[in-house]
Write a protein that binds this ligand. Structure first.
Ligand SMILES: NC(=O)c1ccc[n+]([C@@H]2O[C@H](COP(=O)([O-])OP(=O)(O)OC[C@H]3O[C@@H](n4cnc5c(N)ncnc54)[C@H](O)[C@@H]3O)[C@@H](O)[C@H]2O)c1
Length: 405
């Protein structure tokens, strides 16, 4: 297959490019490198040293003989160039990762809120409109998030996209399936909720073939392909904006920093290892919907865990301390989460579970590159409201974690 991977220079995008290239597909990476610019804006860097995308592609070619084509293009801003790209290369599938994906970054200031909405909603809509205009019947696979559903305890499993309901009509109750209601907890999650409506419209109006993957929090860093050469290493974010919870605990443990649990740590979240994430995308590609079918929605996660249990697990494994800090987010202190993932299991996914060996591997990577960590960038500082910001700032334990200036 010829596959365009939008956002292919990112944390999930890069190992996906390698995985699918290794499987024999022709890969076209489309990326505006905005994530690298955001590192510059925030004054942080990936824990692992990342080469330029062109250099990464050169190493991949040297290691495997396979080519990764790179196209510098802003999907949100360059609609005409996006159409020209699609017409020139006519991909069979388009994988869409090209969005600003950090909830804390999206809540930093009004500028960050505006950027996240502009970038994400326009990128998704440009792609959909371009597929219709060019008449290219590519299977669109989008990376969405479990977070669109919010984290209130419903007590029932979250289905894969659609909810069976009964509507009261004058003629009695009528069954219907509706999109499972979203309840986004950040501006970032709100953009992913809006994406869902865009997909619903274009599948229904233009018979676009769309799969939306509602992914859990990704952990781990290496995949079989990124392990093949030092310069193929994946990016690995540890800072308070882009670092995701389990990876942050593992890095904190590696550098002797307390594991920073927000609130009671009673938040339950869905997780998936990076190797399973790339495998799920491959499985979704192999099972494209037909034209005219509704959007196919998968829950792309393999297990759920409570944040404080994860902290205890990492503490047991590494001897790290756990610090309970005020929560900069506006969210339920405690929640349950039950998620269905039958579709990927039916397609043959054999989930990688959280186990000591893989956790230790991440700690080893973090120890190897510990000299690249700026400890002052470890705390999460983006607060969801001004009131929360003031409270978080006053907290004595939080203050004690600040490095001496
Ligand atoms: N990492 C996770 O834990 C996680 C969890 C759930 C869902 N997801 C979703 O998976 C996708 C990829 O996540 P990631 O962790 O790889 O993020 P990332 O930020 O590492 O990668 C996103 C890539 O998209 C590019 N990009 C952003 N806007 C663009 C634009 N307008 N034009 C072209 N390129 C653009 C960035 O430069 C970057 O390379 C995201 O959409 C995210 O919402 C990620």
């Amino acid at each position: 297959m010829k596959i365009a991977i939008l956002g292919g220079d990112g944390f999930v995008g890069w190992p996906t490019c390698l995985h699918l290239s290794n499987a024999g597909h022709e890969i076209h990476i489309v990326d505006n490198l905005s994530r690298r610019w955001i590192d510059t804006e925030l004054g942080v860097q990936s824990l692992t040293p990342m080469d330029s995308i062109q250099e990464r592609a050169r190493i991949w070619r040297q290691a495997t003989g396979r080519t990764l084509h790179f196209h510098l293009l802003d999907v949100a801003k360059e609609h005409e160039r996006l159409k020209a790209f699609l017409l020139e290369h006519r991909p069979d599938a388009v994988i869409h990762f090209a969005e600003q994906r950090a909830a804390p970054y999206s809540m930093k200031t009004d500028r960050h809120k505006v950027y996240t909405v502009d970038n994400n909603v326009r990128a998704t809509h440009n792609l959909l409109a371009a597929l219709v205009e060019t008449g290219i019947d590519a299977h669109l696979v989008h990376l969405g998030t479990m977070g669109v559903y919010g984290y209130s305890s419903v007590g029932a499993p979250i289905p894969e996209g659609y909810l069976d309901v009964e509507i009261d009509t004058p003629a009695g109750k009528r069954p219907q399936q509706i999109l499972y209601p979203t309840r986004p907890g950040s501006v970032y999650h709100m953009t992913k909720s809006l994406d869902q409506i865009l997909f619903q419209f274009y599948a229904q109006n233009d018979a676009l073939r769309i799969t939306d993957l509602h992914q859990g929090i990704v952990w781990g860093t290496h995949t079989d392909q990124t392990r093949r050469h030092d310069q193929l290493v994946n990016r690995f974010d540890y800072d308070g904006d882009y670092g995701t919870v389990l990876n942050r605990f593992l890095i904190q443990a590696a550098i002797g920093y307390p594991l920073t649990v927000h609130g009671t740590g009673g938040q339950t979240r869905a997780f998936i290892h990076i190797q399973d994430s790339v495998r799920c995308i491959e499985l979704a590609l192999s099972d494209a919907p037909e034209r005219g079918e509704r959007v196919r929605i998968f829950n792309q996660m393999t297990e759920t865990h409570r944040v404080r249990d994860l902290a205890q697990l990492v503490a047991r494994l590494t001897g790290a301390e756990v610090a309970f800090l005020p929560n900069p987010r506006k969210e339920a202190e405690e929640n349950d989460l039950i998620v269905r993932n039958d579709q990927f299991l039916a397609l043959g996914l054999d989930p990688i579970r959280l186990e000591d060996g893989l956790l230790a591997e991440v700690v080893d990577v973090a120890k190897r590159f510990a000299h690249r960590i700026d400890r002052s960038r470890v705390p999460a500082v983006s607060a969801w409201t001004k009131e929360i910001a003031a409270k978080v700032d006053r907290d004595p334990e939080r203050r004690s974690l600040r490095p001496a200036s």
